[in-house]
Design a protein around this ligand. Sequence first.
Ligand code: EPU
Length: 443
Amino acid sequence: MDQKIIVRGGRRLKGRVRVNGAKNAALAILCGATLAGENVVLDNVPNITDVQHIIQVLSFLGARVVWWREDAVTISVPSLTVREAPYDLVKKLRASNLLLGPLLARCGEVRIPLPGGCNIGARPMDLHFKGLSALGAELSLEKGYICAKAKRLRGAQVYLDFPSVGATENIMMAACLAEGQTLIQNAAKEPEVVDLANFLNSLGARIFGAGTDVIRIEGVKELGRPVHYSVIPDRIEAGTLMVAAVATRGEVEIEGVIPRHIQPLTAKLREMGAQIVEGEDVFYIKAPDELRPVNVKTMPYPGFPTDMQSQVMALLSTVPGTSLIVENIYENRFQVAQELRRMGAQIKVEGRVAVVEGVPRLYGAQVRATDLRAGAALVIAGLMAEGETEVVGAEVIYRGYKDFEKRLARLGADLAAANGQEQFFALGEKSDPGRRNIPTYRE
Ligand code: EPU
């Protein structure tokens, strides 16, 4: 069912908020845990729908996964009873393709439906296949399933034509149990790749150079040391909250972050005129009323992250002057421009380039979240807009953001989630919940 978030704009965000564990690191690590036997404890796991879905897939395959705290799980995979992931679950998230490498390494055979996920582009898997084939896997596509087999995986040298996050992770996981040494050249350097490597090393893997262009993996016979591991903070959630703070010309402290991971965004926000003070694991951010336009180009890490592009587009839509955005990672990630235009934004899209002419203000409208980052961007636009914005299709936001509207409400935003049956409101003192006849939400 379509869920909605209703936002009334005009409030400045103010206060302190703590960031959750990183979605994309947690998803990869949960898949990587299938390489181990038992005794894996993970902390700082965000309880978001993408994580719930991957846990359902793992459980179906025979893993025992227990939430023992709101943000912590134990995983044991003594044996994998099923080698075919179910279509109904897998179609819900792209990250299920990350089971290919570890299941192949552990079981020698796996069948995974071609994955689904956010509607942001073609997202092929040729680089995953290239790497796994180099390690000795036989791959084929049969009736919508990826079928992979390997009697024995052998270390190899793999050059990635593009530093794909998923391909790097899949190859790295498979190579952990391969015979001999694997080199991944032009590897992805994203913090989530490094977090996965650190997790696998704590299980007993021998991975060197994660976070650089070349990752070397020395294969081992098995992985299975007892592990208690904490997932890194979500740099994209932190970035989204920073952009929301700047968009509302607010003053917010964001705790539990690794500032280095968010550098490309911090640099842009500073260029726009925001004041940002970094502590060891905290940001203090304050924005003046007048901001300057900037140009943004998405790139693999440490470039500007594609996962922050939509939110920044929303922010730039009210910054006087012309800003240019170049999207180099996903061809469909400009869909949000069309929705922002419904709110009065002036954005022209030509291929991979968007030209944003700042307007004095946005106006509330009904808009649709086309993917999770677009959804977050539209909520941010709603926070800036005059009047009421209804973001429909808001369920995609919960794929990646835990309690999104509650956390913004705690910072003083005036917004509500409504999902048909169960509805709640998260409003500040000036609003009138009676207007929509839905009960006031309280923490
Ligand atoms: N690509 C290929 N062939 C491949 C693999 C990728 O051409 O075999 C292309 C893709 O089509 C895309 C580009 O390479 O144009 C980047 O894809 P990549 O493989 O790096 O992305 P991913 O692993 O599928 C992860 C995140 C995404 C994030 C990207 C880029 C997870 C679960 N997902 O996807 O997260 O945008 O890296 O940083 O880790 C999100 O969180 O909103 C999200 C989409």
